[in-house]
Design a protein around this ligand. Sequence first.
Ligand SMILES: [Zn+2]
Length: 386
Amino acid sequence: MDDLTKWVENAFYNLTDNIGQRMAGTNNNELAEKVLSNYIKDVTGTVEKFRFEITRWVPKQWKIEVDGVEYKSLLLGFSPSGSASSDPVYVYRASKYEFDSGDVDGKIAVAVRGGDLRCEQKYQNIAESGAVGFVQVMDIPNGILRAEKIASNKIGPIPAVEITYEDGMRLIRKIEKNRSVNVSIKTVIEGGREEVSNIIGGDIDRSPIILTAHYDSWFNTPGAFDNASGVISVLSAAKISKLNSIAVILFNAEEFGLLGSKSYSQKKAYELSEKLILNLDVCACKNSVLYTLQTNSRRLAKAAVKAADQAGLEIVVTSKLSHHSDHWPFAKEGVKVGFLFQNSCNIHTHTPYDTPEKVSVKSIIRTAKFTSKIIENFINKTSPSH
Ligand SMILES: [Zn+2]
């Protein structure tokens, strides 16, 4: 096994197997910050932290009772601490034309999961109509509960829980038979502001290209594709790059709404106006050599197409930029960016199944070599314009 393979294997499994879940603000996230600080220093020669604040809420207790009987439940991630007690109103899938706000005002609304609206949107619709509580009924049977989030940076105005399909159908039947029913909900969450870090390596001022990837994960997953694959690819690319200075930023709190890249771009975007941000997120598919590059730089597009050609990889280049990863806050400020990812292997992202055996060390090295080739082509291009 060559040195690079050993290094990649070690770093990748350290992040996914040993540390695992790396949600911003957790102890694991702090541990990942320490470990990655060592790697980034090893690769670029320097390490610096960019500190910023996030708000993180974690559920502590929740309970729903129907006529005094407790139902199995999960707290929905946008629920604040609170309590509510009233007769319930069934609002179907809670789109605005499915109920009259007058009927919901002051009541606990019961809606079924699924359909066209995300549960945040349903919650917002019923909260805006004056409801005092929100009960979401799971749309899959067999007692399964699957709250979208168990921790969140944003919370709403009224307590919200999810109940099983079976309990939900029982409750809805009671409501529809016009029996008098009492529902009470009580929720407790804890949390508040805390400081977390982006990790910076290399000389940002002197490097024309900054490689970026987010190192935090969703709450319930070791985040192998999303985004240990990007982090290790970026570090490996910097490691094998022939340039003497490559700058790297590992962003935090991407999963809470790009908080790390937003706070960095707010302070630094003007200093980056002549540079290129190349962001990697979900990019080491085992069984696919098809990459997508979204970019507002024609020079980068050309460099990438050439690199794919040289490496025998396939690439689709588009100028439409996704708003869902860390390149976006910079693009919005007029900075040249590229977003490199692989589509075919992100089916498990944000689930417990985003596990390391679904990514291979080989595919990370392939992505790293590809990235370093792209950089090389980009720099060697004689034209000074982007
Ligand atoms: Zn991601």
